[in-house]
Ligand binder design. Structure first.
Ligand code: NDP
Ligand code: 2IT
Length: 444
């Protein structure tokens, strides 16, 4: 059996009931097959792949907190420190009831290659909890965040592990966590990114993932001789990534006609009103059912459905496995030319294959959504030099990084005989730097 197949089999056996982790590993290792085969003896002897798929460390802890009725509640907290070959662990904290160890491991594994692709010195990690911030008061969220950080602070630091936001973790949660870290550890340092501007945050970090997604999409289309201007786009989600993806798409002359949340989706034929979306989601923390009040000509639908709309481009920006084979078939039938992932692993493996086979330009999340973590690394740089850069400066650096990622993944695909397969290209380009650093550092 080939080394790649052996390791995939081991991962499935040794990590039972973690389907998302299996999926992420399979996708990456399948893409690395040609590289691994060229180095099979050496990698096998050094157990290179076994070390790559086993986190350096995983921390699981109890998070007790008191709700507004005086009831004690208990959640589970996680931090998976996956790979520090090229820099301190870096990756977000997800707060969502669906969080379990397998989800955090899949996200941490993806983060290794994504962070490498940015060209910056950041290793891969991820964390979070099954706590659901939805419907909680500010005081309850603070109580949870303080308890969560009381344990997490023992394991992180500006030079060891720097968490950030993800689903359910925004500026409010980062603020509460930062306050508790400082209080317990007695040190004012850039231990978290996505901070508020008054205490060390970077301009453009809020916008970075969505803006970066569009910078990469624009470059990728242009490499394929297509202009973004005038294109009709479907976006899923209505959180941090989705909102700023919609904003930048519209600034670049495209029209975004959908947005969604976990209860339903909206279709706005005239183009989504970003100001309304921000007010509903960022200010009022409300449901998308509110959108019709701002835009009477829009439609609200319960459940799933954004991929059924006829569009040129699809940008999944909500969560994993939200774009299935059925959705892919519908998109292709409707003439969709590109799918670029704003979320982490939003497209199932069979859907990805179907899209690629049908000539759809497909950019995987670890390349397309890397703008968020890249700008987090820029926030770390600013914190280290105790300076703040202007919005224009950060945004220009972000754009440069996304354009570079785009070319690096395209070139890597071509070098290995898979021209136009950006999944293969991104995985190989991300892997090359990590494997080089792992080999140089010996058996650790
Ligand atoms: P937010 O919490 O800001 O928004 C998440 C959005 O996705 C919400 O609209 C939410 O709806 C929807 N959503 C979440 N879970 C589900 C679900 N199970 N089913 C349907 N809809 C769901 O998160 P972000 O925008 O930050 O993250 C979105 C994606 O982008 C995630 O995959 C994340 O890992 C990825 N990402 C985020 C980065 C960042 O910088 N924030 C960077 C790179 C990737 P509702 O409000 O109803 O729950
Ligand atoms: O998935 C991701 O890249 C993030 N949630 C952002 C991580 C970060 O450290 O900014």
């Amino acid at each position: 059996m080939s080394y790649v197949d052996e390791v995939i089999e081991q991962v499935v056996k040794q990590n039972p009931a973690e389907p998302e982790f299996h999926q992420a590993v399979k996708e990456v290792l399948e893409s690395l097959r040609v590289v691994v085969e060229a180095n099979e003896e050496k990698y096998r002897k050094n157990a290179l792949l076994e070390r790559l798929v086993n986190p350096e460390r995983q921390i699981k802890f109890r998070v007790p907190w008191v709700d507004d009725k005086g009831q004690v509640r208990v959640n589970t907290g996680y931090r998976v420190q996956f790979n520090s070959a090229i820099g301190p662990y870096k990756g977000g904290l997800r707060l969502h009831p669906s969080v379990n160890l397998g989800i955090i491991k899949f996200l941490g594994f993806e983060q290794i290659f994504k962070n490498s692709l940015t060209g910056l010195s950041i290793g891969g990690g991820k964390g979070g909890s099954d706590f659901d911030p939805k419907g909680k008061s500010d005081r309850e969220v603070m109580a949870f965040c303080q308890s969560f950080m009381t344990e997490l602070c023992k394991h992180i630091g500006a030079n060891t592990d720097v968490p950030a936001g993800d689903i359910g973790t925004g500026a409010r949660e980062i603020g509460y966590m930062f306050g508790q870290y400082k209080r317990i550890r007695e040190v004012y340092e850039g231990v978290l990114t996505g901070k508020g501007l008054s205490y060390g945050g970077s301009l453009a970090r809020t916008e970075a993932t969505g803006y970066g997604l569009l910078y990469l999409t624009q470059e990728l289309l242009s490499m394929n001789g297509i202009s973004l201007e005038g294109k009709v786009i479907a976006v899923s989600g209505s959180g941090n990534v989705a909102i700023y993806a919609i904003e930048k798409a519209q600034q670049l002359g495209a029209k975004v006609v959908t947005a969604s949340d976990s209860t339903g989706w909206v279709y706005d034929p005239e183009g989504i009103d970003v100001a309304a979306l921000k007010e509903i989601k960022e200010v009022n923390r409300a449901r998308l059912t509110e959108y019709k009040k701002y835009r009477p000509n829009s439609e609200y639908h319960d459940g799933r459905g954004v991929w059924s709309v006829k569009v040129d481009i699809a940008l999944p920006c909500a969560t994993q496995n939200e774009l299935t084979l059925e959705d892919a078939k519908q998109l292709v039938a409707n003439g969709c030319i590109a799918v670029c992932e704003g979320a982490n692993m939003p497209t199932t493996l069979d859907a990805t294959e179907y899209l690629q086979k049908n000539g759809v330009i497909f950019a995987p999340g670890k390349a397309a959504n890397a703008g968020g973590v890249a700008t987090s690394a820029l926030e770390m740089s600013q914190n280290s030099e105790r300076l703040s850069w202007s919005f224009a400066e950060v945004d220009a650096k972000l754009k440069d990084i996304m354009v570079n990622i785009c070319h690096n993944m395209a070139n890597a695909a071509e070098r290995y005989g898979a021209k136009g397969n950006y999944v293969v290209g991104a995985n190989i380009a991300g892997f090359e730097k990590v494997v080089d650093a792992m080999e140089a550092q010996g058996i650790v």
